[in-house]
Design a protein around this ligand. Sequence first.
Ligand SMILES: [Zn+2]
Length: 451
Amino acid sequence: TSIKGSHPVPWTPEGDAAFVECKEELRKATILAYPDTTLPWAIFTDASEYAIGAVLQQRRGQHWEPLAFFSQKLQPALRKHCPYDRELHAIYAALRKFRYIFEARHITIFTDHKPLLHAFSQDPDRATPWQFHRLDFISQFTTDIQHIAGKDNIVADALSRIEEISMAVSSNELAQAQAEDEELQQRIQREQHDSLNLRPVNIPGCNKQIYCDVSTDIIRPYVPTALRKKIFDALHSISHPGARASAKLLTQRYVWPSINRDCRLWARTCLACQRNKVSRHVLSPIQNFPSRTRRFEHIHVDIIGPYIPSKGYRYCLTIIDRFTRFPEAFPIDSIDAECVARTLFAGWICRYGVPLQITTDQGTQFKSQLFSALARLLGSKPYKYHHFPSAVEWNGGTSSPSLEGCHSLPRKQLMGRHATHRSPWNSCRLEGRSWRNSCRSRLWRANSFTR
Ligand SMILES: [Zn+2]
């Protein structure tokens, strides 16, 4: 029946039953209890080879009520520690996590690792500094560590093996498929030793051995052809990461020949990804300038600075003719378009004539203002100008990359002996001159050379 519109919804006994059932399910799902200061507190911890888990509980009658859960993946360095250290670290990390709840109250720690029960009665000198630091922290809250059989420590155990729960296929299914996979069997028979080093490994909870790659620190099971797409779908569908991230997600857990290529291909062809993601960005192609045949037809304009003020000038307008590579530099006190236009007009246009084309990598707004100002000064219509999104593109995108070198020429000349001084301005101060004055003479010197 439709529940849209204004007509009443018929309420049947089945509906009533379903509602009660929903309520019951919701109640079951949220069974975290509130702290009760009159009840005894306990933390149950466990550590596996790659993760730790803990649960904070309170005993009400015959039952333990969970207050909070905690699980954490172990850092690669910690995975190399012995089981005692990992279990100790689980207690330490759990106390750090939950201390705000139970601080200043008596708490018992339950662990399934028996040697830890004597941690506080041993000679402190026998503990490594790493262990001592953790024991010291734990002793600030409790020294009451008790044993719980592994099979009774279900919650913490499950939390410390959370990786296994999230495995895309069960170990038995994987072992079965490996036995039926021809490619793998051939590999084993030929004892093929390429990048994969396959060895049979016993996995807990599985009665058969599973072939795993042991060439890296992480032991990864070999996935036979039949299960590859299934495993990919299971992991990719968690958050639909991109091609590269999907491949990383898979290669951290599983291995098969050409796993990277397969994952990238499947991620790109994922229907949900294609519908909902922008995977292609249209980039404008790098432009080539037509080469010029006459001097002063096409100039490149750039602004360098800000520098230490020299008689009020903080910036420098650099201009380069594209054909001859003839450079000019003019100190300017501001970088607004009006000032740049006036300098360009007086310094270049009045001396060398009007260029056909001006290129700059400044922002669009600046360009528009600059060309309006130039047009006003010349009493003409606005110039034609190229738009370049970034200086990088400008530098690399020109048909002659050496132009960038030319543009930096005035910069280098202005900075003087910048190879020998940390700050180029040191040299100017030492000489007792300002860069504004030396600018012209340095350019003249540079232009006098034959290049
Ligand atoms: Zn996807």
